[in-house]
Design a protein around this ligand. Structure first.
Ligand SMILES: [Zn+2]
Length: 134
């Protein structure tokens, strides 16, 4: 399996996704993600290698404080988020840090993080099925 690699604009924060291409990328409309313009690639932390000085990023928490967004202090790119709970291995990297040709064929799903916390694409598909039965 080929890996995916990316970095912030200045290169201070680099990462590798060892598990390669995911099934989909997530575009979330919550108040934070919408402002970051992030396209999240969720993976288990064991599949992602972050290469950065511990002081390279600014950490930002909001809401229920379950995760921390990391942004490069030099170039301002939001590169990834990490769970606050140290027993959790959930994390995500911002796929917009990956060369665009490497992610061009990955499906993007829209997560309604602002309200219902459901994938809007999934909801739409379920509705179509229901309508065809009726
Ligand atoms: Zn940077």
């Amino acid at each position: 399996m080929s890996t995916l690699a990316g970095s912030c604009h200045c290169g201070a924060v680099k990462f590798t996704v060892k598990s390669g291409k995911p099934e989909w990328l997530t575009s979330c409309n919550c108040s934070a993600c919408q402002r970051f313009g992030a396209l999240w690639l969720h993976e288990d932390a064991s599949s992602i290698e972050i290469e950065a000085d511990p002081d390279a990023t600014l950490a930002y928490m909001w809401g229920d404080n379950s995760l921390t967004f990391h942004t490069c202090k030099i170039c301002g790119c939001t590169t990834h988020w990490l769970p606050v709970d140290e027993t959790s291995t959930r994390m995500a990297i911002n796929a917009r840090m990956i060369p665009k040709e490497d992610i061009a064929d990955i499906r993007v799903r829209h997560l309604d993080g602002a309200d219902t916390w459901q994938y809007l694409t999934t909801k739409r598909r379920a509705l179509t099925k229901f309508e065809s039965v009726a």
